[in-house]
Structure formats: structure tokens, C-alpha cells
Design a protein around this ligand. Structure first.
Ligand code: FES
Length: 186
């Protein structure tokens, strides 16, 4: 599929915004920081590599179900928009943590520049009075994704959307969630 010029421009804007924002503030927001192999060893099961992002469950405030945190990690490039925002979710309907790309696959909103973007919603009310549990809602144009697997629930304005949010592997141990970031060339 030919790349939309608007999407390409968004990618450039996102890169510029990332360059203008320090990693330290992003790390602080996520309760993450420099990968520490000791933590992985203590967890007994999580394998940590250079591309693993440890997130402190306590510092990030994601110890209870129905919570989430969003952060940027410049090692991550999502496959649609080349954005670096990640959503780490503690769902209400699944025991395990879920990490998803935090960049909308519609027009690449990722909250930079105050534009809005995807965020986790534990209970999402529907116009017919029903509710959806564990979804990701994009505030730019209303796309909905599953918070469990990133699949498209509904596209913007109810129109089809071909691509969901990428899922990143996670492992929990030693009070941390370790998010594995796919290594990709910039
Ligand atoms: S950018 Fe997310 S719905 Fe349009």
C-alpha cells in the first residue's frame, strides 16, 4: 500500500517531538530507567536484553486492574507510524499485563503536541447503553482497539481500519513488568 503523505509527515513530526523531549522525564513518568540485569535475575524468569524496558509496578501505579501507564521509549518504533509511545495496561479481564503500541494506526496520533491519542479505558460506555471492557480509545478521531490484543474494535467514525496496535511481549517479576521492545532499524 502506498504511504499516505499525511502519515509520512506525522512520522517526521513525531521524530522531531521525540528529539525535543528528554528521555529522563519519560523514564520518570514510567517508573522505568536504565535496564538493570540484576532485577531480571531476581525475577527468576524474565530474560532482560538491551531492548527490555523495566517498569516499576509501584512507581507506575499499575498494581491494580483497570490501570495503565503510557510512556515513550526511543528504542521502540511502531510498524505503522515509526512512533515510540507504549501503553502498559493492567486489564480488568486478564491476569497478565499487556503492552501495546501507543500510536494510533489511523493517522499516527501519539499525544505529542497536544493532539490527543490512544489511551486505555477499563469500561467504555456505548451509545446503546452497553459497555465494552478493556479497550484503547483514540481521542483524535474515535478509533477503538482491544486492550488485550490490540485488534481493531471499530475504526474512526465507524469506518474500517485495517491495522491494530502492535503487541509487545511482557514478563512480570521482582515488582517490575519487563516490556520487550522489538529491535528495528531507525
Ligand atoms: S488518529 Fe486515532 S482515530 Fe484518527
Amino acid at each position: 500500500m502506498a504511504e499516505d503523505s499525511g502519515v509520512a509527515a506525522k512520522r517526521q513530526d513525531a521524530r522531531a517531538a521525540r528529539d525535543a523531549t528528554g528521555d529522563a522525564s519519560r523514564d520518570a513518568a514510567a517508573g522505568g530507567g536504565t535496564p538493570d540485569a540484576t532485577l531480571a535475575a531476581e525475577s527468576g524468569s524474565c530474560v532482560q536484553t538491551h531492548y527490555t524496558r523495566p517498569v516499576s509496578i509501584a512507581v507506575a501505579g499499575i498494581g491494580t486492574s483497570g490501570t495503565s501507564i503510557a510512556f515513550f521509549d526511543d528504542r521502540y518504533l511502531d510498524p505503522v507510524c515509526s512512533g515510540s509511545r507504549i501503553l502498559l495496561i493492567h486489564p480488568t479481564t486478564r491476569e497478565a499485563y499487556v503492552a501495546l503500541s501507543g500510536v494510533c494506526t489511523h493517522l499516527c496520533c501519539d499525544t505529542t503536541g497536544g493532539e490527543g491519542g490512544p489511551s486505555y479505558v477499563a469500561t467504555y460506555p456505548l451509545p446503546d447503553g452497553g459497555v465494552l471492557q478493556d479497550v484503547v480509545h483514540c481521542s483524535c478521531h474515535g478509533a477503538l482497539f482491544s486492550a488485550l490484543d490490540g485488534s481493531v474494535v471499530s475504526g474512526p467514525g465507524g469506518n474500517p481500519l485495517a491495522t491494530g496496535l502492535e503487541v509487545l511481549p511482557t514478563c512480570e517479576g521482582a515488582g517490575f513488568v519487563f516490556v520487550d521492545i522489538p529491535a528495528r532499524p531507525a
